[in-house]
Write a protein that binds this ligand. Structure first.
Ligand code: ADP
Ligand code: XUL
Length: 517
């Protein structure tokens, strides 16, 4: 019996999916929600704000406590000794700052103590900036100026200097923490940090996630010396190595063998970013499929058929874990914006869904760009939604219309900001927490005029980890694994052609609202 395990260290939870390679079946899955299970970290959605809503952090100790909790629960659901290989993914761009103790401590983790107690003395910075942070505009400008313009940064790294990317975040830390920066011996991404913990050694980053840092040269797949130089001094010695996504970094740490009953022989395949992992978990690694993930962030991504970049600078090119590249557009105000509107009216998800069914497409001429937090596509630094319509709507006196306008505004904005990818999808594959909601998916289908289909295993990030583990350490082909585990549900949501005109008009209004930003 051969099992593999995939881990998803996401914004709001730490999740695992175990698959059985012989029975071609899901064995079990489990998720630790940070806000619910670890309330002591005061992070109901997995993060906390700094001085403003532009500064967004997570506590890396929370992630470690979640790993201990996850495995103590998972061992009740399946025999962990059958697991032959593990890989996984982390929310992209977030960074963990460690002092020189780290290199020794990570290799000698004691199963009698918690992970967090042992790693706490290794932190040179107690908080990790995450992908929702938009506070580094100045640092982006400084890096762009040092390089001779954003065009050059985009050519080298696949994206212009972007606030949430790790390079500008590191520069901000260097400028504001003159003692802690020199005391930092290693800067990990969330993915390489969690991979290091699981394998009990300091691990590399993979090219998929490394591309989200504004530090890696996309042509050479190595750290780019001019980008590093423009970011912060002595950075090369603080960054892990970069490897391709098929790299086996070693075996599992003894900590997990002794504490949770894993075999000593479990292979660990390098972790990647959540979006690249989701590309694998949705069977979209070869060009032709478009995926929309409706998680904390809404993301629109695809393996790249041709090499294009976003002329406006909001979109990105990341490494595709199966080789080549993927294009991605990220929208910060995704699930939490939908939740904001839901909670404002104290609606349940059922009431929220009914509201969508009870209101007409076009929301009676009411439009919303639901930017409750500073947005990244497009860059919008303030926080507060932009509304246009009748005064009843603008004064938030019409809950049902507000719910529909919120979702319509999100997807119209998404359609506008993904045109640069030159993909006109016939079918959109959806994943992430909100993809279970068919009412939301019908609006998506109507706005893009494309069929929408879900996958049987909706946790595509963790599944991508379990698939990559089997592919790179147990010699299964990707095609075989996709045919076993990445089946679509039978249900297809079809676009309603009667709504084309309404949404064309709505797009024009939203476009004019975007021009006011
Ligand atoms: P992440 O992986 O980024 O942590 P998930 O993909 O797990 O996030 O998605 C979590 C989100 O799913 C929640 O924030 C919630 O808003 C959304 N969600 C959960 N149930 C529903 C539902 N029935 N309808 C719409 N959205 C939902
Ligand atoms: C992608 C991005 C988010 C995070 C968290 O660029 O910032 O999708 O990966 O999911």
């Amino acid at each position: 019996m051969a099992y593999t395990l995939g881990i998803d260290s996401s914004t709001q939870s730490m999740s695992a999916t175990v698959i059985d390679l012989e029975n071609k079946d899901l064995v079990c899955k489990y998720s630790v929600n940070f806000g619910e299970r670890l309330p002591q970290y005061d992070s109901p959605n997995g993060f906390f704000y700094g001085e403003s809503k532009n500064e967004v952090y997570s506590n890396p100790m929370m992630w470690l406590d979640a790993i201990d909790l996850l495995f103590s629960e998972l061992r009740k659901l399946c025999d962990l000794s059958k697991i032959k290989a593990i890989s996984g993914a982390g929310q992209q761009h977030g960074s963990v700052y460690l002092n020189s103790n780290w290199f020794k401590v990570v290799c000698q983790l004691n199963p009698k103590e918690s992970l967090s107690a042992q790693i706490a003395p290794c932190l040179s910075r107690t908080k990790s900036p995450i992908w929702m942070d938009t506070s580094t505009t100045l640092e982006c400008q400084e890096i762009a100026q040092a390089l001779g313009g954003n065009e050059i940064i985009c050519q080298k790294s696949g994206s212009i200097a972007i606030e949430r990317f790790t390079g500008p975040q590191i520069r901000h830390f260097y400028k504001t923490s003159l003692e802690a920066y020199p005391n930092t011996a290693r800067i990990h991404l969330v993915s390489s940090f969690i991979c290091s913990i699981i394998s009990g050694q300091d691990c590399p980053v993979d090219t998929g996630d490394g591309a989200g840092m504004n530090l890696m040269n996309l042509e050479t797949n190595k750290w780019d010396s001019s980008l590093m130089h423009a970011t912060a001094p002595n950075l090369e010695e603080k960054l892990p190595n970069i490897v391709e996504g098929d790299n086996v970094v070693g075996k599992i740490s003894d900590y997990f063998v002794k504490k949770f009953g894993f075999s000593k022989e479990v292979f660990i395949v390098v972790f990647t970013g959540d979006n690249p992992s989701s590309l694998v978990g949705t069977a979209a690694s070869t060009p032709s499929k478009t995926v929309i993930s409706l998680g904390t962030s809404d993301t629109f991504f695809a393996a790249m058929p041709t090499n294009v970049s976003d002329p406006n600078g909001y979109g990105h090119v990341f490494g595709n874990p199966s080789g080549g590249y993927m294009s991605l557009q990220c929208f910060l105000n995704g699930s939490l914006a939908r939740e904001h509107v839901k909670n404002k009216f104290k609606f349940s998800w059922n009431q929220f869904t009914d509201a969508i069914y009870e209101t007409p497409p076009g929301a009676n001429g009411n439009y919303m760009l639901p930017f409750f937090n500073p947005e990244i596509s497009p860059l919008y630094e303030a926080n507060g939604p932009i509304l246009k319509g009748n005064s009843n709507f603008e004064n938030w006196r019409n809950p049902k219309i507000a719910i529909r306008a919120c979702i319509e505004g999100q997807f119209i904005n998404m359609k506008i900001h993904t045109k640069w990818m030159q993909m006109i999808p016939e079918i959109i594959y959806v994943t992430g927490g909100a993809s279970k909601n068919d009412a939301i998916l019908q609006i998506l289908s109507d706005i893009f005029q494309a069929k929408v289909q879900k996958l049987e295993l909706s946790e595509s990030v963790a599944l991508g980890g379990a698939i990559r583990a089997a592919q790179h350490s147990l010699n299964f082909t990707l095609e075989t694994l996709e045919s076993y585990f990445c089946n679509n549900t039978k249900k297809v949501i079809y676009p309603n052609e009667d709504n084309v005109q309404i949404y064309n008009e709505a797009s024009e209004v939203v476009q004019s609202m975007l021009l006011t930003i």
